[in-house]
Design a protein around this ligand. Structure first.
Ligand code: DOR
Length: 426
């Protein structure tokens, strides 16, 4: 909830907001108690800590690319106070012991990590994972991300279970038989570059199928990283019909097109692929009119030696935690700040079940009694992205050299300043 902008001090104690200065003609100034840590937010906006629905932390299995600790530091530097960790690790997060391991590794890191569980064992689409057991450990979101659940029958069964458990399924919409072998969006650029294409229908067929299934079952569904104009139309129509669907889009799908592949630089390879200008415009419109609820990074670190391969052989994925706010504020500069907050904090917190309506500590509001999870952003600061200076263990950002406007200055997690003046404090 953003009730508007005003100038005010925010007093925090024991992890909670105690007081927000009032409009009493003194600019919202409050007396700092003696011994208090004072963080200067002059010239900045204080926002609810950002929430990322889609983060690959790579631990266990590929700690050279990222660890829970390094990913959490990157998240905090990016203004996030909560991330949902994707289960396509090695081993995958499809069992209670695997989930417990990640939860315990994530205990002392500078962001709250919420584990997503796999929908099916080994994300192979053949047998349901023990969803009830994982839900008892606090898992609220299930996904086979990296893969879509190919069988409609399996997806329907998973939706039935999810409805019963009160959890949400998040689908990576990709029909393997349409996408397999593809390296980039199928269109004019793929034809010109001679790279095998992934048609828009690879995403849209599964979006349509899952909207029908969710409606029939009466279950909630969240659609990950939507990238095509057709997907946005389908979700818009489904919402009008009352289907319980939410959707996310990534910063890269609103800022980069398939023309980037012209360099053959694998940094621009991602799944779903960067699409046409028309698709990018449609995704932006979907965000603007609320068809797409949230922005999620799909932060996908890859080691240089695995990523630096010819375009068609390189793994898909780009890092995004530390650039998300800058890219969104720069590329979607027309959107009111309140809407950016809704897309990057309030709504993702609600979707993940970690907002105040669920007794959670994320997504705001900035008001007395609420958890002190905050990010403080300088909306005017310009900076040039240098991937080698980011905190992520991997440097596969497509934004190297790009000038962004808007930078996170401080991040406060449960009342502790984990980032001060752009420096991680732990
Ligand atoms: O580009 C992507 N990379 N898309 C995915 O769905 C998975 C991710 C990864 O894990 O690298």
């Amino acid at each position: 909830m953003v009730a508007g902008l005003r100038q005010a001090d925010v007093l925090v104690s024991d992890g909670r907001i105690v007081q927000v200065g009032s409009d009493d003609g003194r600019g919202g100034a409050l007396e700092a108690p003696s011994g208090a840590v004072v963080i200067d937010a002059g010239g900045c906006v204080v926002l609810p800590g950002l929430v990322d629905l889609h983060t690959h932390l790579r631990q266990p299995g590929d700690e050279e690319a990222e660890t829970i600790e390094s990913g959490a530091r990157a998240a905090a530097l990016g203004g996030f106070t909560a991330v949902v960790a994707m289960p396509n690790t090695n081993p995958p997060l499809d069992s209670a012991s695997a989930v417990r391991d990640v939860q315990s590794l994530a205990r002392d890191v500078p962001v709250d990590v919420f584990v997503a569980g796999a929908i099916t064992v080994a994300r192979a689409g053949e047998r349901l994972a023990p969803m009830a057991e994982l839900a008892r450990l606090g898992v609220r979101l299930f996904t086979d991300d990296g893969n879509g659940v190919q069988s409609a029958g399996m997806m329907r069964r998973a939706l039935e279970y999810a409805r019963g458990l009160g959890v949400v399924l998040a689908q990576h919409c990709e029909v393997a038989s349409l996408a397999s072998g593809g390296a980039m969006h199928e269109g004019e650029w793929s034809a010109r570059l001679g790279l095998p294409g992934i048609p828009a229908s690879a995403e849209e067929v599964m979006v349509a199928r899952d909207l029908l299934l969710a409606r029939e079952v009466g279950a909630r569904i969240h659609l990950l990283h939507l990238s095509t104009s057709g997907s946005v139309d389908l979700v818009r129509a489904a919402k009008r019909l009352g289907v319980a669907v939410t959707a996310e889009a990534t910063p890269h799908h609103v800022s980069l097109t398939d023309a980037s592949a012209a360099t053959y630089d694998p940094l621009f390879k991602v799944n779903p692929p960067l699409r046409s200008k028309g698709d990018v415009d449609a995704v932006r419109s979907g965000l603007a009119d609320g068809t797409i609820d949230a922005i999620a990074t799909d932060h996908a670190p890859h080691r240089a030696e695995t990523k630096d391969l010819p375009f068609d052989q390189a793994p898909p994925g780009m890092i995004g935690l530390e650039t998300a706010v800058g890219v969104v504020l720069t590329e979607l500069a027309d959107l009111p700040l309140a809407q950016v907050v809704a897309m990057m904090s309030t709504r993702p917190a609600a979707i993940a079940g970690i907002g105040p309506a669920n007794g959670g500590a994320h997504g705001g509001p900035i008001a007395a009694g609420h958890a002190a999870n905050l990010c403080i952003v300088d909306l005017e600061a310009t900076w040039v992205v240098d991937p080698s200076r980011l905190a992520s263990r991997s440097a596969n950002s497509p934004y190297g050299g790009r000038k962004l406007t808007g930078r996170v200055r401080h991040t406060v997690l449960h009342g502790e300043a984990v980032v001060i003046d752009g420096e991680a404090q732990r």
